[in-house]
Design a protein around this ligand. Structure first.
Ligand code: NAP
Length: 306
């Protein structure tokens, strides 16, 4: 993070899980950080301002970008529309992403946050950046547009990066989590209420979870890959772990007993091959077990076994 200081940085999706802590960390590191989301509720601005972030309102689906300053050095584009409507998903996640890149065409680097959701699952074989794409999230209720619109977003960003000559990296994020958020946050709630946790029939339901502190530390490494034409890189932790692993660990930490409901109507295991990111020198430091303990300690200390 030493190199990432004194910059004008635009972080989109700032009210979301992943981008909020990133924006706060960059603001604390001596950068001028503009945090963008639609910000329909004025109350959303207060916690951002308290973290030293300058809130701005954008709407990617409408290509409303007039509040974006003209002197942005680095764009970290995390915003995503999670919607069942393909028109809105394509407008925000694909066309809107390209419009944002055009608006920031003077930037020295553009990081487009994609997802390992773009891969066609292939059993438990690690997926390289060049491996086939597919509609992995379609079976998951509520996620019909996700994989396809994230693929469309990559294509639009790639084309715009070439057209506007902006060094760009498209980073395919695996399972992000932090002390205060993540897929496992829901799993713990389900365990507390004796609800079975959905896993894929092709168990174990494995990914490469990345703790927020490691994700923040990885940003200069990911940005070092920005190029024209755009580079694609997998973005995850060094360890492979699955829903079954972290729920069992949450069980050990709390005394709750997870039960599993295998189904093919959910997301299959997608394990990213991490060699390309690791070739930059980045390795995650927070083990997933430590991450689970940190999350329960931060969110539900009452559940921790003494
Ligand atoms: N969460 C995961 O497990 C996961 C896994 C892999 C990759 N990713 C990727 O990581 C990134 C962040 O995901 P997340 O889970 O943190 O997302 P999130 O919590 O759902 O937040 C989405 C953000 O996008 C903003 N947004 C939505 N529609 C918008 C629009 N039309 N114009 C401008 N902003 C809009 C939201 O703010 P408003 O609604 O206030 O506008 C919010 O700040 C995404 O690119 C996602 O694809 C996430």
């Amino acid at each position: 993070m030493d190199q990432l200081t004194g910059k004008n940085i635009l972080v989109t999706g700032v009210t979301g899980w992943v981008a909020g802590p990133v924006a706060a960390a960059l603001a604390a590191n001596g950068n001028t950080v503009y945090g963008a989301a639609r910000l329909k509720d004025a109350a959303q601005r207060e916690p951002l301002e308290a973290a030293g972030i300058r809130p701005i309102s954008i709407d990617l689906a409408k290509q409303r970008l007039d509040e974006v300053p003209g002197d942005i050095d680095i764009v970290l584009h995390f915003a995503v529309a999670k919607t069942q409507d393909f028109d809105i998903a394509f407008a925000a996640n694909a066309e809107g992403s390209a419009a944002l890149l055009e608006k920031c065409s003077g930037a020295e680097a553009f990081l487009h946050c994609s997802s390992t959701a773009v891969y066609e699952p292939d059993d438990h074989n690690p997926r390289r950046e060049s491996d086939p794409l597919g509609d992995s999230h379609r079976p998951m209720p509520g996620m019909a547009t996700y994989s396809i619109s994230k693929i469309a977003g990559e294509v639009m960003v790639k084309a715009a990066a070439k057209r506007f000559d902006v060094p760009t990296v498209i980073a395919r994020l695996s399972v992000p989590y932090g002390d205060l958020y993540g897929w496992m946050t829901f799993h713990l709630m389900m365990m507390e209420h004796n609800m079975p946790v959905t896993v894929h029939t092709n168990q174990p339901t494995n990914y490469a979870p990345l703790h927020s502190d490691d994700l923040i530390r990885s940003i200069p490494y990911v940005l070092s890959l920005a190029s024209v034409p755009a580079t694609i890189v997998n973005w995850g932790g060094d360890e492979v772990a699955g829903i079954e692993d972290w729920c069992d660990e949450l069980g050990r930490l709390t005394g709750l007993t997870p039960t599993y409901e295998p189904t093919d109507q959910t997301i299959a295991a997608i394990i990213p091959n991490m060699e390309k990111l690791q070739s930059t020198g980045f390795h995650s430091e927070i083990t997933w077990r430590e991450g689970m303990r940190r999350q329960v300690t931060a969110t539900r200390p009452d559940l921790l076994k003494q």
